[in-house]
Design a protein around this ligand. Structure first.
Ligand code: FRU
Length: 618
């Protein structure tokens, strides 16, 4: 457990703790834009200094004169923002060469002393490369979440290939191991036995000759349909080279390492298509796969007996849903209607841009699926309504775990937005996942089925002894203020039960620095709003300050909320999951208070409980 805790809490600063001997590293400039770095690999890591504002250099690793790896990194010119490790341990004892091609020629015109053009190479990285044996992984990031999954270092976007096996929740993710902006797409990997504590695992799938590794899915091949062995874990992902194609990789060690299939790619199309998501259909005995036909804004549905040969069975979505952006990262699964036991199918389609509050967001359709064709439910007027899985700005690329226990449909998203994700003010790592959620169905007053999103039950274990517990508090204009737990920087879950008496209720989070998040429940309009325009650090991108709005689906003027506050995010769930709202929030110092008032007339808080969360003490 200690190890797991260290992993989850290890937000990192990476710096060498044992500098290698200088003679193990030799830097030779061979022209205005190329440098050869010769290394005798004794140490485990070469630490690459990164400056985010400069362009990428191309780095090729040569072993015995052959290129074995190519990646891109923003090598520092005049300032080092952070360093990233290049893992030398596979080449221990060998001589390797990194050939670095700078983005621009570094030729400068010299003075009259040395007339003519001369190469002057003075980028900082040339003198700042270091060898290291170990990495120091202590947190230096103010905004590193405490109980949300983050990569140990580097950029992360979509969750990928999640599957559950033998008590372990596997989570892969779009990862750049060489910097905190999008590049070098690789499947990073973390595992958890409780969806709270994540242990970082070695890299799972690295870019290869077909391209970098874009999003995809994984599932257990129980009947060995693909021939990699019973219970092999099969991943399907998009190979992103000059064109996008779908490729297969198989794991016979429960998802720790993957071998690419020799006959990749398994699906090719003349147009942009990505993010394959497959599942075994027990009814038909075949595999189903949904694939985003990104620019056509439709989903392609395929079938296969063996995960290698795929037949296009149908198209879904042309002309339907939100379409102001590309369609990405689909998912399709069955849900049971509570009470009746009837089955419905849910198709998730992520969209970027074109979300309700700008930028990326997750839409879904409820309908029926016959093994080949998905048909979305319509309104009595024959219209297919657009539905959103989350009503914040920072919930994207959401897909579900395959093979989750007890018929659970557990979903996790990337907690950011393509509008500003690479400018969020963190350095050593960038982006977290949302909390995991359980998806269910409920019927709205309009007769439509909607997806409910409830925090996964494991999250109840985060609750420490309540620091505030109140019942039946009447509130007026001044309202009632509760303190957030100062000892752990206000990180907590707040449960609030509001009886509005049909008056507007406002919930204001604040700190001594004057940062504020203003939330409001309007029972007459059946809306819940969240305003982060004054929430602290909001100026890094013009699309970041925002007001997000959710329909509350209630009709009795009462609402119960679970509000999860971490260092840089707030997630709000209606108690039965009728809406979820996920927003990044970057206060200059932690929030210390929550005031709940009624802006006109009286309302009542039938309960307010604050549960501190501090993962160390679990
Ligand atoms: C969605 C997405 C996917 C793609 C991946 C690349 O955020 O654009 O469609 O596979 O990111 O990192």
């Amino acid at each position: 457990m200690k190890k797991i805790l260290t992993a989850i809490l290890s937000a990192v600063v990476l710096f060498p703790t044992l500098a290698g001997e200088k003679h193990d590293l030799k830097v030779v400039n061979v022209g205005p834009s190329q440098t050869m770095v010769r290394i005798h690999a004794i140490d485990n890591y070469l630490m690459l200094p990164v400056q985010e504002s400069v362009d990428d250099s191309k780095v090729e690793l040569l072993v015995n004169g052959k290129i074995v790896k190519t990646f891109y990194v923003r090598l520092a010119n005049n300032n080092v923002d952070y360093t990233v490790p290049f893992n030398l341990s596979p080449y221990k004892g060998e001589n390797v060469v990194l050939r670095v091609t700078a983005p621009h020629s570094q030729t400068v015109l010299n003075t009259s002393l040395h007339p003519g053009k001369q190469t002057v190479r003075k980028e900082l990285w040339l003198s700042d490369l270091k060898l290291a044996d170990t990495l120091n992984v202590s947190n230096t990031e103010k905004y590193r979440p405490v109980y949300h999954h983050t990569p140990l270092y580097g950029w992360m976007n979509d969750p990928n290939g999640m599957f559950y096996k033998d008590g372990v929740w596997n989570l892969y993710y779009q990862w750049n191991p060489y910097g905190s902006r999008w590049q070098n797409m690789t499947w990073g990997h973390s595992t958890s036995t409780d969806l709270i504590h994540w242990e970082h695992q070695p890299v799972a799938i690295e870019p290869n000759d077909l391209g970098s590794i874009f999003s995809g899915s994984a599932a257990i091949d129980r009947n060995n349909t693909a021939g990699f062995g019973e219970n092999a874990v099969i991943a399907l992902y998009t190979s992103a080279g000059d064109y996008q194609m779908q490729s297969l990789a198989a794991s016979t060690d429960d998802g720790l390492t993957f071998d690419n299939y020799a006959d990749n790619p398994v699906i090719t199309l003349p147009t942009e298509a990505r993010d394959p998501n497959m599942f075994f259909n027990k009814e038909t005995g075949l595999w189903n796969l949904v694939l985003a036909h990104a620019l056509e804004k439709e989903i392609l549905l395929f079938t296969s007996p063996d995960l290698k040969t795929w037949t296009l069975a149908s198209h879904f979505g042309k002309g339907l849903g939100a379409r102001d952006g590309v369609w990405e990262c689909p998912d399709l699964f069955e849900l049971t209607v509570p009470g009746s036991g009837d089955k419905k199918w849910m198709m998730i389609v992520n969209l970027n841009p074109g979300g309700p509050f700008g930028g990326s967001a997750t839409q879904y359709f409820i309908g029926n699926f016959d093994g080949e064709t998905f048909t979305a439910d319509t309104t009595p007027g024959g219209y297919v309504p657009t539905k959103w899985l989350d009503f914040g700005k920072d919930f994207y690329a959401a897909v579900s775990w395959s093979d989750a226990p007890a018929n659970r449909r557990t979903v996790i998203g990337w907690m950011s937005n393509w509008q500003y994700a690479d400018q969020v003010p963190t350095l050593q790592f960038r982006s977290a996942n949302t909390l995991p959620r359980e998806i269910g169905l409920f019927r709205g007053a309009d007769g439509q089925y909607y997806a409910s999103s409830k925090p996964s039950p494991e999250l109840l274990k985060l609750r420490q002894q309540a620091s505030v517990s109140l019942k039946n508090v009447n509130i007026n204009r001044l309202g009632h203020t509760v303190e957030l737990p100062a000892a752990n920087d206000g990180i907590c879950e707040i449960v609030v039960d509001i009886v509005s008496n049909n008056n507007p209720v406002r919930l204001t989070l604040s700190n001594a620095a004057g940062d504020k998040v203003v939330m409001a429940y309007d029972s007459k309009a059946h809306l819940f709003t969240f305003d982060r325009t004054q929430s602290g650090n909001v100026d890094f991108n013009e699309n970041y300050p925002a007001l997000t709005v959710a329909p509350t689906f209630e009709n009795n003027g009462k609402i119960s909320l679970r509000i999860f506050i971490d260092r840089s995010s707030i997630e709000i769930f209606e108690k039965d999951g009728k809406f979820a709202m996920t927003n990044l929030v970057l206060p200059t110092e932690p929030f210390s208070q929550l005031n709940i008032n009624s802006t006109s007339g009286n309302a009542r808080l039938s309960g307010v409980t604050v549960y501190p969360i501090s993962v160390e003490n679990k």
